[in-house]
Design a protein around this ligand. Structure first.
Ligand SMILES: C[S@@+](CC[C@H](N)C(=O)[O-])C[C@H]1O[C@@H](n2cnc3c(N)ncnc32)[C@H](O)[C@@H]1O
Length: 267
């Protein structure tokens, strides 16, 4: 007999996202070779982002600035910093597009799941490049819906997937992952590296539902924009939830594209 999980709260959904992409984010920091004592920024850090990972790497002698425009997210981040004693972290509430942070200073400027919701992502990238020191690294992790699939495929999955992408498209680019290399090269970064991360989940892994539910605000926007009615959306979600409750169902996640490059040293 399968049991139906209770609905996920937004906070639980967010926590699952952070948890699910923790190892791949840690591997990214390993590839960049972030050193103790470094000064770095997590732009659009939300309630956690990769602040703990950065803190662990830079240590007491380093400094991590978490930036977000959302006060509630920063309140959650501040709570996390207290409970986990993230003493190197400082939090700043501001819009990255109008950042007041000092230019040419940071060893690493990182953003995860931010650019896909900016209407002008190239402006976000340019600001990140401005903040990095000459020789410093700008690193991005963004989604691309390419490849997101469920097996066996619920009949309504293509419709729900298309709706999620269309809803996301109202406020950004749900497939921005594939553009990261081009964005970094256009910003004149050197040694640009791009790599994809995809997870294969099974046996009712909680992120299978959280991945779909994580687009909750997209759902609301879709309804407001007339892309779907509430009953239509409920029917799509119910069918997909039912498929995900079967332990034999697997999900190949959307791709998280990681890309990074180095700001040229001053000539
Ligand atoms: C999807 S969440 C990702 C949070 C975090 N980076 C993570 O990976 O867990 C995107 C975050 O970016 C923030 N954000 C969006 N636009 C922003 C802007 N222009 N300036 C600063 N933060 C922004 C949102 O408030 C939100 O907390």
């Amino acid at each position: 007999m399968t049991t139906i999980d209770p609905p996920l709260k937004a906070r639980d959904t967010y926590h699952l996202w952070v948890q699910t992409w923790r190892d791949s984010s840690a591997a990214l920091l390993d590839a960049i070779d972030l050193r103790p004592g470094s000064i770095c920024a997590d732009i659009g850090c939300g309630g956690e982002g990769i602040l703990p990972l950065l803190h662990r790497r830079v240590g007491e002698g380093g400094c991590v600035i978490g930036v977000d425009c959302d006060g509630d997210a920063l309140t959650a981040a501040a709570r996390l910093c207290t409970t986990q004693a993230l003493t190197s972290v400082r939090l700043i509430q501001e819009d990255v597009l109008h950042s007041t942070l000092p230019r040419d200073v940071f060893d690493l400027v990182h953003a995860r799941f931010l650019l896909s919701s900016l209407l002008r992502p190239e402006r976000g990238v340019q600001m990140m490049v401005d903040l990095a020191r000459p020789g410093g690294v700008v690193a991005l992790q963004e989604i691309d819906h390419a490849g997101w699939s469920i097996d066996p495929q619920p009949a309504l999955w293509p419709s729900l997937r298309a709706l999620l992408a269309a809803g996301h498209g109202l406020r950004g680019d749900p497939n921005i992952g594939r553009r990261l290399g081009e964005l970094l090269c256009t910003a004149e970064l050197e040694a640009v590296t791009v790599r994809p991360v995809v997870l294969i989940l099974y046996n009712r892994h909680p992120f299978m539902r959280a991945a779909v539910r994580g687009m909750a605000d997209v759902h609301q926007q879709s309804v407001h924009a007339g892309l779907a009615t509430v009953p239509e959306l409920d029917a799509l979600l119910a069918e997909v939830d039912c498929a995900l409750d079967d332990p034999r169902t697997t999900m190949t996640t959307f791709t998280v594209v990681q890309a990074w490059g180095r700001k040229p040293a001053r000539r």
